[in-house]
Design a protein around this ligand. Structure first.
Ligand code: KIV
Length: 279
């Protein structure tokens, strides 16, 4: 008999049940190695469409495609045992109609193996969220700053100050009523995020939304110091892997140029030593 109990993967009802409990820990992941690193520590590995900017050098998330999300979604699912993968629906894949959203959400779920999708938008997306959840697609909603709308918002601004607060609250409530199992609050003022968290029965997951949310999410390349094109105020750097990588690459380049690398131990002898023969 095996000594280790099988790992039970986290599912949307587990996340919903965490409302008001221990804070939910969420990081983005886009590749199998990152998913493996995230898995033991996080409740959710979000395959965010931020991958367009972070991995593919796009100027915004607007150019991300279904094919990109499926490719990275599959890679992440392969790296997880416990944490729940959630796949972002890319811009243009769900806004047209609930039917279009279902077709693409079903593809993301069927072709990646993830159990849930995330989409941006509040009241305007409520009908779509209800359509999806009624047909077996668990939805994580996303309100406040919705980066796919950068061209109409005119930048990555805080959303929810002054008269905007009521609208963000109404958006969050509409997503809950439509059946979302959790909701991301992005760049929402801290007091408002606290009020939304208090008034909803589903968990809120904040990014730049203060400490009162039911969980927190960051883009992994931001918090590891791997993506340094810009740094939003809400990002805390937990490591400087970009600098470490730069130093390692510079050292490799110098050693190749000086012929210090490879050393004899990195090569294969022409004749195998008699005793300890290694292939
Ligand atoms: O795309 C993404 O990574 C996201 C998170 C920032 C919430 O939506």
């Amino acid at each position: 008999m095996s000594a280790t109990a099988p790992v039970r993967p986290v599912l949307p009802p587990d996340i919903k049940a965490r409302k008001g409990g221990e804070p939910l820990v969420v990081l983005t992941a886009y590749t199998t190695p990152m998913a493996r690193l995230v898995d033991p520590h996080c409740d959710i590995a979000l395959v965010g469409d931020s991958l367009g900017m972070v991995l593919h050098g796009l100027p915004s998330t607007v150019g991300v495609t279904m094919e990109m999300m499926i490719l990275h979604g599959r890679a992440v699912v392969r790296g997880l045992q416990k944490a729940m993968p959630v796949i972002d629906m890319p811009f243009g894949s769900y806004e047209e109609s609930p039917q279009q959203a279902f077709r693409n959400a079903a593809r993301l779920i069927a072709e990646t193996g993830a159990p849930a999708v995330k989409l941006e938008g509040g009241e305007t997306m409520a009908e779509t969220i209800a359509f999806l959840t009624a047909r077996g697609v668990p939805v994580m909603a996303h309100v406040g700053l919705t980066p796919q709308s950068v061209n109409t918002l005119g930048g990555y601004k805080v959303v929810g100050r002054a008269e905007e607060a009521e609208k963000v609250m109404a958006d969050a409530r509409a997503c809950q009523e439509a059946g979302a199992f959790s909701i991301v609050l992005e760049k929402v003022p801290m007091g408002l995020a606290g009020k939304i968290t208090e008034s909803l029965s589903i968990p809120t997951i904040g990014i730049g939304a203060g400490v009162d949310c039911d969980g927190q999410v960051l883009v992994i390349d931001d918090m590891l110091g791997l993506f340094t094109d810009f740094r939003p105020k809400f990002v805390k750097r937990y490591a400087e892997l970009g600098k470490t990588a730069d130093q390692a690459i510079a050292a490799f380049a110098a050693e190749v140029r000086s012929r210090a690398f490879p050393a004899a131990e990195h090569g294969f002898p022409d004749v195998l030593p008699a005793a300890k023969a290694k292939p």
